[in-house]
Design a protein around this ligand. Structure first.
Ligand SMILES: Cc1ncc(COP(=O)(O)O)c(C=O)c1O
Length: 370
């Protein structure tokens, strides 16, 4: 990112865009369009919504967490007729709920469903959501902010229309750029819709044209962020996607074994939980803010707070990208063992790290060398 900055319309920069677009295609597993929206993951979210439906259109949003609720807020501001399908936080949504809603609303233009809900720690059956949406003649858009490069994602095979991510999660780049994939079907819709998207800046067809073969000028691209993203995506491809997915799975497995040995309650079921993000229910009497502050101040470990409905009830442990290595699993388990008794929650000494070690012996983490 500290390389000299060149112009966003410099032919040398176009070469870099072409290369990065191909690399992103490999990460999203698509032969269709892959590029990046200048902005945080939420910019990718807003770009998808504003581009794939028009004011007054019916948009179904599957909601099972805090970030789904953000999509609903955005969609309402955009003047869509929003149908929110709410499922209990901590659960995967039953696709039948979507099938029924599509039957009731055959006019639906767009279905939205998050793949990995970071606030609730759940994985969702988006391939099935996409199939149902298409069967009903709607487009399907998803959020892969936490899933991209951390677990299986197959943009083309699952027949997705739009997926947006963030640079700061499993891609392990600085925050501020949103890698996306867009289907030709969705691009066709945007190019031919009766009225253009109400946002010019976030019109995905214009951004796709800048990243496409003609490199049509749009806003000035964030050149240094694009250098950084190329480096991070290159590191993912060097590691290979399969190894990176495996690394997330093995370290999460070790972490969970250690947390279990500490008698901590992980409320998300095996089938529904994420590897990238583990939700722990706070034991009775343990104060959320005090615990997290102590971990940060004394051990330099930041764990996530509960968001929305889960605020004050859970803590969320992220193991993503660079941070997803055994050394961090052991550091956190050791810190929890030391800290929890200060909060009145007694734990067995040495049990957590022993359990994590045993799990890693059985299911080893691939060695990570950047
Ligand atoms: C699932 C999900 N979607 C969207 C976002 C928003 O991303 P950003 O904060 O980069 O705007 C996040 C952030 O954590 C997320 O976890």
């Amino acid at each position: 990112m500290s390389l000299p900055i060149i112009g966003y319309l410099d032919p040398a920069f176009f070469e870099l865009l072409d290369e990065l677009s191909g690399m992103l295609g490999e990460v999203f597993k698509t032969k269709q369009r892959a590029f990046a929206v200048a902005g945080a993951g939420s910019a990718g979210m807003e770009a998808g919504l504003v581009s794939l439906a028009a004011p007054g259109d019916t948009v179904i949003i599957c909601s099972y967490g805090y970030f789904c609720e953000r999509q609903i807020i955005m969609a309402e501001r955009l003047g869509f007729n929003v149908i929110a399908l709410r499922t209990e936080w901590g659960k995967s949504m039953d696709p039948q709920v979507l099938a029924d809603a599509l039957k009731e609303h055959p006019e639906t233009q767009l279905v939205v469903g998050i793949h990995a809900e970071t606030s609730a720690g759940t994985i969702q059956p988006i391939a099935e959501f996409a199939r149902l949406a298409h069967e009903a003649g709607a487009l399907f858009m998803t959020d892969v902010v936490t899933s991209l490069a951390g677990c299986e994602l197959e943009f083309d095979e699952w027949d997705l229309d739009f997926a947006y991510s963030g640079s700061q999660k499993c891609l392990a780049a600085p925050p501020g750029i949103s890698p996306v994939a867009l289907s030709e079907r969705a691009l066709d819709y945007i190019r031919n819709r009766p009225v253009p998207p109400t946002s010019w800046y976030l019109d995905l067809s214009l951004i796709a044209d800048y990243w496409g073969p003609d490199h049509v000028a749009h806003h000035t691209a964030p050149v240094s962020m694009i250098y950084g993203l190329r480096e991070a995506v290159g590191m993912v491809l060097n590691e290979t996607l399969a190894t990176r997915w495996k690394r997330h799975e093995a370290n999460a497995d070790a972490l969970r074994a250690g947390l279990e040995a500490l008698n901590l309650d992980m409320p998300i079921s095996k089938e529904e939980r994420l590897d990238q993000l583990t939700v722990i229910k706070l034991p009775k009497g343990v104060d959320d803010v005090k615990l997290r502050t102590q971990l940060l101040d004394e051990y330099s470990i930041e764990v996530g707070r509960g968001l929305g409905k889960f605020a004050g009830e859970v803590i969320r442990i992220g193991l993503m990208g660079e941070s997803c290595v055994p050394a961090n699993v052991f550091a956190l388990l050791n810190a929890l063992e030391k800290v929890l008794p200060d909060h009145g929650f007694e734990v067995a000494k040495g049990a957590a790290t022993a359990a994590a070690s045993a799990k890693l012996a059985e299911n080893p983490s691939p060695l990570y060398t950047a």
